[in-house]
Design a protein around this ligand. Structure first.
Ligand code: SF4
Length: 455
């Protein structure tokens, strides 16, 4: 556990050791960081070993049926591991999306789990852990806002600017798991950003289910995402860091946001717009807005205003009723738009969503075949977009040092590579420290990775 400059002065005597396991997306990483900070403040320590732990906390994902299965398998494997090793029984706390989605049914189905904590109740984690371990609850356990003391290891940190979603896309379980959309107040966000920068973070990645509508639930028209991004950029400026915004629905790309990205040096010219599909008919059935023509106009506007803008998107194929022609249209659309990065998902039938009972479900093998063609195209576009940067000189954040056959190698990422999602820059010689931002001449690429030399 990082005991950076943000460690509070009220730390209690060690109360016990906690094993954290996080599954799923970046938003879950943020939630785990938050619980880790609350537990650290209450005097608990982190351990990486089940044998050494007094309690295990598994932060689960339930976005897709496969993610739910993985969450349950991980829980059962850990319970079995503790039993096999004949260690003292390791209490397991299951947190996050699985308890939020299946709460009432879980205690009977998973007797191996000592407690279930829904995503919305995670600020009560200290009470839950103290109760299970029969420890007195420290006075600091009631601190509800962990944002100002959040710590992470590493050079980039995700910061959640909102929770929940009100769009109810027909294929998606998120609104049922994470509840209604609400924006986090800017004071909380800025406090968390400051805390992370003081702890050594160099890149702030703003995330949420739907970042573009941040502020729409406040009674103040000036509070838009673009306004928030400018506030965050001001905090980041003295640290010479970067700001990146992910998960923007197409309607969230306003003129104000485009000019903020263009005119604010700390904000990276990188946009992630998950369109899911390009056909108006499919989008309509999905409960989403847009059409190929509207999206083409949007991307042309973005590229005209910010030349060289890097675009990432998400494509969902095999949605109920998708015809071969609509599958082909999606392929043609992606090819024409030449996205830098594209994530592809075959439709997954999720219980409780509107699409679950829709007619004309697409057979599994057809979904997989359409998805594979999109993946092949996405790789071809992504590899060539990466190679197009050969010869450029770019700022690179040094994220770590790896041992290779040729010796130690510096690993970092640059403005067109979102941490965890895209590739990295490999620098074979030279010296730098983790967290440095260095100038690198990009000399070669392989797949999504780049090779460079320190200047
Ligand atoms: S915008 Fe749609 S796909 Fe995204 S989280 Fe909300 S409901 Fe799910």
């Amino acid at each position: 556990m990082d005991s950076s400059a943000t460690t509070p002065t009220t730390v209690q005597a060690p109360q016990g050791r906690v094993l954290f396991i996080t599954l799923g997306c970046a938003k879950n990483e943020v939630d785990t960081d938050r619980m880790r900070s609350l537990l650290e403040r209450a005097g608990f320590e982190e351990t990486d070993e089940a044998d050494d732990a007094d309690v295990a906390l598994i932060n689960t994902c339930s976005f897709l049926a496969s993610a739910t299965s993985e969450s349950i398998e991980t829980t059962l494997e850990l319970a079995q591991e503790a039993t096999d090793a004949q260690t003292l029984k390791l209490p397991i706390i299951m947190c996050g999306c699985v308890p939020s989605r299946y709460g009432a049914d879980l205690p009977d189905q998973l007797p191996e789990v000592a407690a279930f904590v829904r995503a919305e109740d995670e600020d009560s984690i200290v009470s839950t852990v103290c109760k299970i371990l029969d420890k007195p609850q420290p006075k600091t356990a009631n601190v509800l806002d962990a944002s100002a003391l959040r710590t992470v290891e590493g050079t980039s940190a995700y910061v959640k600017i909102s929770e929940g979603c009100d769009r109810y896309c027909a294929f998606c379980a998120i609104p049922y798991i994470r509840g209604h959309y609400h924006s986090r107040p800017e004071g909380e966000i800025v406090g968390e950003v400051k805390s992370l920068l003081e702890g050594g973070v160099r890149e702030i990645v703003l995330i949420g289910q739907d970042t573009g509508i941040w502020g729409s639930d406040f009674d103040d028209p000036k509070k838009t995402l673009a306004w928030l991004v400018r506030q965050v950029a001001e905090v980041v400026r003295p640290y010479h860091g970067w700001v990146r915004v992910l998960y923007l629905q197409p309607e969230g790309i306003t003129d104000e946001l485009i000019s903020t990205i263009r005119d604010t040096p700390e904000v990276l010219p990188y946009i992630d717009i998950p369109i899911q599909h390009c056909c108006a008919t499919v989008l309509h059935r999905m409960g989403r807005k847009g059409s190929a023509e509207e999206f083409k106009r949007l991307f042309a506007r973005v590229r005209r205003e910010i030349p060289g803008m890097v675009l990432r998107t998400t494509a969902l194929t095999g949605f109920p009723g998708e015809t071969d022609e609509e599958g082909e249209e999606m392929l043609d659309f992606l090819q024409e738009e030449e996205f830098d990065y594209t994530s592809v998902f075959p439709y997954s039938r999720e219980e409780g969503t509107k699409a679950y009972d829709m007619p004309n479900q697409v057979p599994e093998e057809v979904k997989q075949e359409r998805a594979q063609r999109l993946i092949d195209l996405a790789e071809q576009m992504g590899f060539s977009a990466t190679a197009s940067h050969i010869g450029e000189t770019a700022d690179v954040i040094i994220d770590g040092i790896e041992q290779t056959d040729k010796g130690p190698e510096l690993i970092g990422h640059t403005w067109f590579q979102a941490p965890d999602s895209d590739g990295a820059v490999h620098i074979e010689s030279g010296e730098a420290t983790v967290g440095d931002i260095v100038k690198v001449k990009l000399t070669d690429s392989f797949a999504y990775e780049m090779v460079g030399e320190l200047i």
